[in-house]
Design a protein around this ligand. Structure first.
Ligand SMILES: Cc1ncc(COP(=O)(O)O)c(C=O)c1O
Length: 379
């Protein structure tokens, strides 16, 4: 590789990453047994869903490949507005607004609702998209200790202005859940505006995969909830659910909503059809829950000496400290045909490097059992 003077500083940063054994590289999906993707219910690979999308797309006689503009200009459709109403109703909210991705939704939300003089408090394990949104706002911001209610209350007491709190119902890197009921009670006590990211809960928790906010009947207690469609829903995009006023505010002030080309009709139809399928997916959700319990029981029986983060979700993490060590274990598992991936420092703190196993309704008990056993040998 030729490194010019202009690029020297880039190469130096890459070299530093390399020296820490933390250089990120793109690898194409490898056809191994999937314990890595976010396709929890198998929607992304569902031929039934693909067929439904195709049928609906052809029946609309759409002649635009792209949406050809921002929602505020040429890119809006009746279809998008009807879909937003349907999604809001599904999760029991008054309104929702579509974004092209969960990343866009989080940066668009946090950057515009909190102003200079306000405070955004977030769980220390919050997703990077929330952190980036927080950085784009002019509000004061700081974290509280992961799932620590005492620390949260202390942090709220010293906050100024309007206070926003950002949590995930299921944490993406640890797989554990937030104590949402208790958090909502604290937020109500101090008038804090609670924002919940349900990226890894939709399709998994709550009646028909409606999420944990719905399951715990907290819809009235939250200021906004994010649902993304790139995980259990098997497609892409996201919505922010909340009040009609919040929706109108975002349409007016949320820059990642305003200054981008709207999702084309095909993407909207994919989301619509995924919701239709979700309504009929009780059995798949039960199967998924069984698979999660099966993995936990097998793993816990075999590996008392390994640290596993306690989790009831599709995300099960085994801590293997050190980038080099965790990479070695992952390489061995991949040789055995399992697609598992290492989560390295600096994505997670030093010492908490891990194998992040994602469970799916389509993983068989045999696959899970064999995977669970493999941890004995290399560690
Ligand atoms: C908790 C959480 N929020 C937001 C996102 C971003 O969603 P998207 O992939 O749709 O951009 C992700 C995943 O990438 C996530 O895990």
């Amino acid at each position: 590789m030729i490194v010019t003077n202009k690029e020297q500083f880039l190469q130096e940063a890459l070299n530093k990453r390399g020296a820490e054994n933390a250089l990120r590289k793109l690898t194409a999906t490898n056809g191994l047994i999937d314990f890595c993707s976010n396709d929890y219910l198998g929607f992304a690979r569902s031929t039934e869903l693909a067929k439904n999308i195709e049928n609906e797309f052809h029946s609309t006689k759409n002649i635009r490949n792209g949406s050809s503009g921002s929602r505020l200009l040429a890119g809006n459709t009746k279809y998008a507005e009807t879909l937003e109403k349907k999604i809001a109703k599904y999760h029991n909210f008054e309104a929702s607004l579509l974004y092209n991705s969960g990343y866009d939704a989080n940066i668009g939300l946090f950057s515009c609702v909190a102003k200079r003089g306000d405070t955004i408090i977030y769980d220390e394990l919050i997703h990077a998209s929330v952190r980036d949104g927080v950085r784009l706002s002019f509000a004061t911001n700081y974290s509280f200790k992961h799932n620590d209610l005492l620390d949260l209350e202390q942090k709220i007491k010293s906050a100024n202005g309007k206070i926003f709190l950002a949590v995930e119902s299921v944490y993406s890197m640890d797989g554990d859940c937030a104590p949402l009921k208790e958090i909502a009670t604290i937020c109500n006590k101090y008038g804090v505006l609670l924002i919940v990211d349900e990226a890894h809960a939709i399709g998994v928790f709550g009646e028909n995969g409606k999420g944990i906010v719905f399951e715990l009947q907290l819809v009235k207690d939250v200021f906004a909830t994010l649902f993304t469609f790139g995980k259990a829903m098997g497609c892409d995009g996201a919505v922010i659910c909340g009040s009609e006023i919040l929706r109108n505010y975002l349409i007016n002030f949320s820059r990642s909503f305003i200054y981008t080309t709207a999702k084309p009709l095909h993407g909207l139809i994919s989301i619509n059809c995924a919701y239709e399928l979700l309504k009929q997916s009780e059995q798949a959700i039960i199967m998924l829950k069984n698979r999660i319990q099966y993995f936990k029981s097998k793993f816990d029986k075999l590996h008392h000496s390994l640290t596993k983060i306690e989790s009831e979700s599709t995300i099960q993490c085994i801590i293997i400290p050190g980038n080099e060590s965790v990479k070695k274990v992952v390489a061995n598992l991949q040789k055995l045909n399992f697609d598992v991936r290492a989560i390295l420092y600096p994505t997670v703190p030093k010492g908490l490097e891990r194998i992040r196993i994602c469970l799916h309704a389509y993983n068989t008990e045999t696959e899970i059992e064999i995977l669970a056993k493999q941890f004995q040998a290399p560690v």
